[in-house]
Design a protein around this ligand. Structure first.
Ligand SMILES: Cc1cc2nc3c(=O)[nH]c(=O)nc-3n(C[C@H](O)[C@H](O)[C@H](O)COP(=O)(O)OP(=O)(O)OC[C@H]3O[C@@H](n4cnc5c(N)ncnc54)[C@H](O)[C@@H]3O)c2cc1C
Length: 406
């Protein structure tokens, strides 16, 4: 069987042809220690629910992915990274313990001191070590619900990478990258740096209620858009306009649009039409990033059908989970309409990833080769050994683990 969270992984990670356990019923916040900032909750609680309850009290998740609509169990199983990975590490760095149902009738409390091997394998273990039932993690103290954002325009890829390196002291950094621009503009990006704003930085009208969040109207896309909407020409035009519209400088922005820009658009996947879309995400080692990213951008420009959502981030230290994705370097994430041409392109991007010593993010993957994935995860054998030791390899599997022989 396999535990499933809110189904926000892009490929087949939360699917299984036999039995899937829907964990959304495990939805209770159990305890909060306001001195240490430790939250205990069940694994099916949504990150959105944690933020709704905890932000008004001055607490924010230590690490957050680009959507709030994930479960805490899903965040642990993918060991998610955020815009602060270069400083704060991945989510499981802040995880104290989990209660894990291992399918043999036991529920084991796992931590760095107790069943440490099982704890590490579950952090980023894509649900293949059992079902997480409850967990405890440390939250981050914040004074306000706003972020002080600095936008930097980088006219080339080299400028973008240099800006990230100079901005290592900023808590958050992320870039939108124009992957269709060529020539001297190849790799041009808008980099958004961020810090949680202090109360004294807010406009006077917001200081009385610094933790309030304006209500965001959720809009939806009522129909599947036809394929031509995302043509190369339209995306190229969108990118040009978007890049030109990015004003360099500082601004105060609300937490939601800074961290979760897509969350206001329900069913945003319908932009890609009925054939759907798929995502590619890799991380390349620091010393290979500029060459590897340059090659990828060239391939996408020459062969890709269009990706307007292209995100670049700087990752910090390698995570302790043997199947965890983050490692030092640059991670590029791209959405592509699922056309035969783009699927062929993704195979080429996989090959470039492997050639530069990089790795593919399992939570985003739908079509990588088992050999590419194995090459990128040198501790895969250690992961497999833990699964065998506890008999988990005969109890838990997913379409992803079947496809990639994990
Ligand atoms: C718009 C968007 C932006 C994103 N941005 C980021 C980002 O910035 N950084 C990042 O790292 N990821 C990002 N992601 C990916 C997302 O954070 C992960 O895929 C996450 O795992 C999804 O959580 P979920 O609850 O939907 O889990 P699901 O998709 O349901 O499952 C994901 C995996 O977790 C396992 N799992 C779920 N619950 C449990 C449990 N209770 N016990 C054991 N295993 C479990 C499943 O078996 C599966 O392998 C993004 C996704 C979207 C849609």
């Amino acid at each position: 069987m396999l535990a499933r969270g809110n189904g926000r992984s892009y490929g087949d990670a939360s699917l299984n042809a036999r039995q899937v356990l829907d964990t959304r019923g495990l939805d209770r916040l159990v305890d909060f220690d306001a001195i240490g900032g430790v939250l205990v909750c069940e694994a099916g609680v949504l990150l959105a629910e944690v933020i709704d309850v905890m932000l008004p009290r001055g607490w924010f998740p230590p690490v957050t992915p680009g959507t709030r609509f994930v479960t805490i169990g899903g965040m642990i199983a993918s060991d998610v990274h955020g815009k602060n990975h270069h400083g704060a590490g991945s989510f499981c760095e802040h995880l104290l313990w989990i209660d894990l149902a291992t399918g043999d009738g036991e529920v084991r409390r796992c931590s760095r001191d107790n069943h440490a091997d099982l704890f590490a394998a579950t952090c980023g273990g894509m649900g293949l070590t059992g079902a997480i039932l409850t967990c405890a993690f440390r939250m981050l103290r914040v004074e306000t619900g706003m972020v002080r954002q600095r936008t930097v325009r980088a006219p080339t890829l080299a400028h973008a990478l240099a800006t990230f390196e100079e901005a290592m002291d900023w808590t958050y950094s992320v870039a939108w990258i124009d992957c269709l621009a060529g020539g001297r503009s190849a790799g041009r990006s808008a980099i958004m740096l961020g810090e949680h704003a202090r109360v004294d930085e807010l406009p006077s009208g917001r200081r009385a209620t610094p933790l309030a969040r304006p209500v965001r109207r959720i809009k939806s896309i009522p129909v599947d858009l036809p394929g031509f909407v995302l043509s190369r020409a339209s995306v190229s035009l969108f990118n040009r306009v978007y890049y030109a519209a990015q004003r360099a400088g500082d601004a105060l922005v609300n937490i939601d649009p800074y961290f979760y820009p897509l969350d206001t658009l329900a069913d945003w996947n319908r932009i890609y039409g009925r054939r759907g879309f798929t995502q590619f995400q890799c991380v390349l080692p620091l010393d290979a990033s500029q060459a590897g990213l340059g090659t990828m951008l060239r391939l996408i420009r020459d062969k890709g059908q269009a990706s307007f959502l292209a995100v670049l981030k700087r990752l910090g230290q390698e995570s302790f989970g043997p199947l965890s994705f983050p490692r030092p370097g640059y991670t590029l994430a791209l959405d592509f309409p699922a056309t035969p041409a783009n699927l062929a392109l993704m195979a080429e991007l996989d090959a470039v990833t492997a050639a530069h010593g990089g790795r593919i993010y399992l939570a985003k993957d739908a079509c990588a080769q088992a050999s590419t994935v194995a090459a990128g995860y040198p501790r895969l054998d250690a992961f497999r050994a833990v699964r065998q030791q506890y008999g988990l390899d005969t109890r838990f599997s997913s379409l992803l683990s079947d496809r990639l022989n994990l």
